[in-house]
Ligand binder design. Structure first.
Ligand SMILES: *Cc1c(COP(=O)(O)O)cnc(C)c1O
Length: 356
């Protein structure tokens, strides 16, 4: 039976990427060798790394604009630490917007390095909206925000203006829409939401912001060292980089972020329309801040839960349960999620209404 996987991460990738990645495990580039057994210093793998880096910059519209793309390890969680290490001066100060569990995780790490100002937080409302109208101090080393809040289903539609470097955790919506990516000095994203398998983190850095802290940074935590070694300071996660490259190729062939944005809007509109129309359901996030990637919703009457759960499971849907801190349901509809799968979910919601 066809499965419709709404998992929040690791999550769905395009079917053709699964197929090509599988093939490369058996016989990479007709070499008779597996992608898993060749040297990361081989000509063939260096070509993969270079193409993945070039595609990442190209799809973000950042080619030739002073940015470097790195494929690192440690997840987005290690960037929570690497960012203050590389950007916060001794006795320095950074500002953060607290929009969810991941944002507050980043704040916690920064506190070890210097003064960390939280400009606004939606914590008191269980992060169901994006704070607006806050002021960003001017004497900061950088400002950090989270573009899409995977757990709560909110997404920033606009980014604040500041003279300080703008740093953004885009783990769950990178490459999902056409925005001006050059407003950011650092963009980072764990691959496993919208780009590839778990095991690598894309970090896109405007090179000119580095080297200003006076700190002595351990090599593995130092972005400059990773740039100098072309993302191969140590053995890179070869399979995760290769599979991410395949996904980026798929996206480019589809028409890039501009084309995928339209598809993502169509998918999200279909689902939100049903949430708003169907009297049995309600949305979790405030309407104006709703995410196009993670759609959070609940049943109005908890007694309907066993019936609805049976219906969507019978339709081949998996990964629909909400995060434990929100409850209800969360449909993650990343780039690779086909419209047909969203329709299957909408049909299950309608079926519940007919049954009750
Ligand atoms: C999943 C997620 C993270 C954590 O990523 P890891 O790769 O597990 O460290 C951080 N930020 C956001 C927005 C996420 O969705």
């Amino acid at each position: 039976m066809k499965k419709h996987n709404f998992s929040a991460g690791p999550s769905i990738l395009p079917q053709e990427v699964f197929e090509k990645a599988s093939q490369a495990v058996l016989n990479f580039n007709n070499s008779g060798l597996s992608i898993l057994e060749i040297s990361h210093r081989s000509k063939d793998f260096i070509a993969v790394m270079e193409e993945a880096q070039a595609l990442a910059l190209e799809l973000l519209g950042l080619t030739g604009k002073g940015y470097q793309a790195l494929f690192l390890q440690g997840g987005a969680s290690l960037e929570f630490l690497r960012i203050p290490y590389n950007l916060m001066k001794e006795n320095g100060k950074a500002a953060y917007l607290d929009t969810g569990t991941w944002a507050s995780g980043a704040i916690k790490q920064a506190k070890a390095f210097g003064e960390t100002v939280v400009v606004a937080s939606s914590k008191d409302d269980n992060y169901n909206f994006i704070p607006k109208g806050y002021e960003i101090p001017t004497d900061i080393d950088y400002f950090h925000c989270t573009s899409n809040n995977t757990i709560f289903g909110t997404q920033m539609k606009e980014f604040p203006k500041t003279d300080a470097p703008l740093v953004c955790d885009m783990s769950s919506d990178i490459f999902s829409k056409d925005i001006d990516y050059s407003q950011f000095s650092i963009i980072y994203a764990g691959a496993q939401k919208n780009m590839g398998p778990a095991g690598t983190t894309l970090v896109v850095i405007k090179e000119e912001i580095l080297g200003k802290t006076g700190r002595n940074i351990p090599a593995m935590l130092d972005y400059s060292q990773h740039i100098a070694k072309e993302s191969m300071y140590n053995t890179p996660p070869v399979f995760a980089v290769y599979t991410s490259m395949l996904t980026l190729q798929w996206l480019k062939n589809l028409g890039g972020v501009e084309a995928i944005e339209k598809m993502n809007e169509t998918k999200a509109n279909l689902l939100y329309k049903e949430i708003d129309r169907n009297p049995l359901f309600k949305g979790v996030a405030k309407a104006e801040d709703r995410s196009l990637m993670n759609v959070t919703f609940t049943l109005n009457n908890e007694e309907h839960q066993p019936i609805f759960d049976e219906l969507w499971k019978a339709a081949g849907i998996s990964g629909l349960n909400g995060h434990r801190s929100v409850g209800g349901y969360r449909a993650s509809i990343y780039n690779a999620m086909p419209l047909e799968s969203v329709q299957v979910l909408v049909d299950a919601m309608k079926e519940l209404e007919n049954k009750i």
